[in-house]
Design a protein. Sequence first.
Length: 291
Amino acid sequence: MAPARGGEPLPVVTTSTDLKALVEVVGGDRVHVVSLAPAIHEPHQVEVKPGQLAQLRAAALLVRIGLDHEPWLDRVVRTVNDPRFAPGGAGDLDVSRGIALLQTETPRVKSERGSHVHGFGNPHYWLDPENARPITAAIVGALARLRPDGKLAFELNRQRFLAQLDERLARWTRAMAPYRGTRVVVVHESWPYLAQRFGLVVVAALEPTPGVPPSPSYLASLIEHMKEARVRLLLASPEADIAVVNQVATRAGARPVILIASVGGDPAARDYLSLFDVDVQRLTEALAPAR
């Protein structure tokens, strides 16, 4: 049962600011949503504070990215010790189900920090805006189970959002159309969904395996590969080592571009749709011919 009563907003906890934004789109004023992860953090590493544990204990629903994107979440769920939030529990929503995943053959990596990520497919699927459709459909279903009287409102909110998404997606696609086929290198494997949606070709990653820092010899070979492949852009997120990013880009003759991976990672990326406004603008500015 949901801990909220009557007309009180349904308390929801998400594992990312992107999911927070999408739950708010669907739930409107019928939900109160907090994210356990900040907008900018090391990929797959989050320190959850005691106050956030209290918020989860009081929540009706936990919405997660799933796969192995949140290795930190198992410890949080064990600490809260509420069976509702165990995978498959009554208060757990894994929105990765129903997503057409990329890189499903990526091997699991072991390191001194334990099992690493991308062992079940690339988990950064929210960075294809088309995936907001199945994500928001799953959110509607979960919220409607907890608040059946709000089902129609949730569905209408989603339909309004999808109409806006369609308009923006057409705009983003037109803006990126001249640059289809552009070869890029990424720092972390955060960007294959965005790249596939807008026709960019990811030829390599600065991290040899997700989360593993590159060795000097690897960087040297990567730079040569970038030169040979005529890579135009090196895509990074704000948490990346910008000095290394700039050094590699300069030596390879590419241009570094800082993209925002999550809502709130830049003041202009205030919601899910404006996140892509920011990233598409940065890509097109970097790729536009010099005047």
